[in-house]
Design a protein around this ligand. Sequence first.
Ligand SMILES: NC(=O)c1ccc[n+]([C@@H]2O[C@H](COP(=O)([O-])OP(=O)(O)OC[C@H]3O[C@@H](n4cnc5c(N)ncnc54)[C@H](OP(=O)(O)O)[C@@H]3O)[C@@H](O)[C@H]2O)c1
Length: 314
Amino acid sequence: MTSDSRTQKRIVTVFGGTGFLGRRIVTRLLEKGFTVRAASRHPDRLAALFSSDARSPEAVRADILDASSAASAIAGSHVVVNAVSLYVERGNLTFERVHVKAAADLAAASRKSRVEQFIQISGIGSDSRSESSYIRARGRGEDAVASAFPGAVIARPSVMTGPDDAFLTILVRLIRLLPVYPLFGDGGTRLQPVYVGDVAEAVSHLIDGNDHGDSSIFEFGGLQIYTYEELLREIARQLDIRIRLIPMPFAVWTALARVAEFLPAAPLTRNQIDLMRHDNVAAADLPGLKELGIEPHDISEVIRAIEEANRSGI
Ligand SMILES: NC(=O)c1ccc[n+]([C@@H]2O[C@H](COP(=O)([O-])OP(=O)(O)OC[C@H]3O[C@@H](n4cnc5c(N)ncnc54)[C@H](OP(=O)(O)O)[C@@H]3O)[C@@H](O)[C@H]2O)c1
């Protein structure tokens, strides 16, 4: 069998395959010749997402909170990727339920179904001892997945950017709009924004290559590390806008986020504020993009793409 036909026979199921990161993982794997299942609660959205692509994924309706639909989606898969998110808790839909219990159940079901590789998308800063319920659940989720599926790969991106992101796009719009821009605290938190396409590429390398040795935790950060203040100044510089920054205490941001979370597509969430309290930079002692041979995109390219998308009203 040629390596191409071996790849085509490998079925990769991406839970969260309609999401910001998940759909890029799906696209990259299809380009590499894998057979891909994109699983989500709304597979009908897939047709529009992949209409311009040469190949389409198999659309599967699955809810990771429902064991039987998850098991059907997993059946026959060689690789399972969990790229499901939950940023705001609503009723029974808690961080603990989605990021810990459902992630562990998915890993256990994958093991039972003889899946060869399980990749859990988590985030830099995940910490099972954190005071933040979100960051704690991400850390506990990693531990639970690793117990349920020994050898599982944990992929932790920093904040991800791209033309349809929920971070840089909003910063670009607000910096154009506001005469004075508020900082998170004193703006000193260090960030390493990473292009979402680079993370998708990295996940595809984890699946198709043997170049990751025995490592099970990867951290994906972008080309540059900025303090939040430096990042805002860099965006303003590229937009050719004079920016005035003022410090704003985290407690005020948390209060604002508490209100914003009532909006259907919350523009600000408490978990974002919690993440902004601590540096979000890839650890020097963990493998990342460089070890997978990936040259990260410069943020200026992403800002240009966001501006382009804003201009064409996408
Ligand atoms: N975005 C970032 O900057 C960032 C940074 C670091 C880490 N991460 C992590 O990366 C992962 C992906 O994030 P994202 O921003 O790409 O998320 P996203 O755009 O919000 O997409 C989430 C995906 O999960 C699916 N989903 C949600 N609940 C589900 C459920 N119960 N069962 C099955 N599918 C479900 C959604 O589809 P349906 O609604 O159709 O089900 C969607 O496809 C998450 O683990 C996130 O924490 C993200």
